[in-house]
Write a protein that binds this ligand. Sequence first.
Ligand code: HXC
Length: 322
Amino acid sequence: MVEIRHSNILELFELRERALAGGGEKRIDIQHQRGKLTARERIHLLLDEGSFEEIDILKVGRGESAGSDSHPGDGVITGHGTINGREVFVFSQDFTVIGGSLGEGHSQKICKIMDLAQQVGSPVIGLNDSGGARIQEGVDSLAAYGEIFHRNVHASGVIPQISCIMGPCAGGAVYSPSITDFVFMVDQTSHMFVTGPNVVKTVIHKDITAEELGGATAHASRSGVAQFVYPNDILCLRAVRQLINYLPSNNKQKAPILDLNDPPERTDPTLDYLVPPNPNQSYDMNVLIYSILDGAEFLEVQPQFAANRPGGQPAGGAGRSS
Ligand code: HXC
């Protein structure tokens, strides 16, 4: 009896090791060579040190019965932790496991943390790096996306939903993020498209680069789907931490107050001369924004979008004013 229990524990350890190894060393090396971090490294950078509590690490999907290998964790890491002490729920797709594609088990893990985030009233952050619906699971993986879209709609206006696009994301892996509140992209290494360039070539015989089809520039400046673009994973995740500082955790709370040691009675004489007497003359709105916000701290939303506005001035952003 004792022996059986012992072997069960060893098996659990072994499964855990396999889950932690993701798609294996070779695929992790490729991920790094492409300038991308792994799904676990991203969570580590996003959350306060040591705060991550993982859920469903051993969950498997349909795997072999659906024509692919079965992986503990099913290609997505889910759980909760804190950002500057505030609770958030996170999922991080692992491109090294079947291209981060979404099968039934993978979806159930994401749905569970979306449900928990709503119950607790905390933001949900998705780190997306996925080829979309897992082809081997056929229509089940499409239905599994339906479950996520359904939750995106219900969570809308209730808790903040934040998406980071951190790799070549296709199909459902972009339909869901694009209906969330804020979309971050990483320049050059992330893409958002209905399907990838190879499929486009096969189906409509058109040569198109991933960058043209759905790169960060296309979405930040033309489609308007992406609100923020950063040059690498590290800066992108740091910016998500900054954004969280400006947001209430849910629709019943107020945004957190942070003392930036900027006295409300501070005056700025340069503002006396900012607006020119001639109403036809333009002036730099950034000077005004940085001058009036506490600590000159400002996170500009969609800086590349609608550059047709006079001078390309930003339409909105987040900062604090005492
Ligand atoms: C299963 C997938 C996959 C997918 C990638 N892989 N996408 N496996 N289902 N959707 C696997 C690949 O076979 C490969 O496995 C590994 O992940 C890495 O993929 P590569 O192609 O080698 O990587 P890369 O060259 O970087 O290209 C990434 C990609 C491309 C651009 C995402 O893989 C691609 O175009 N995939 C198909 C995307 C697609 O059409 N998705 C739409 C699904 S439909 P091996 O073992 O060979 O390394 C959908 C609709 C939802 O999502 C609708 C909801 C209602």
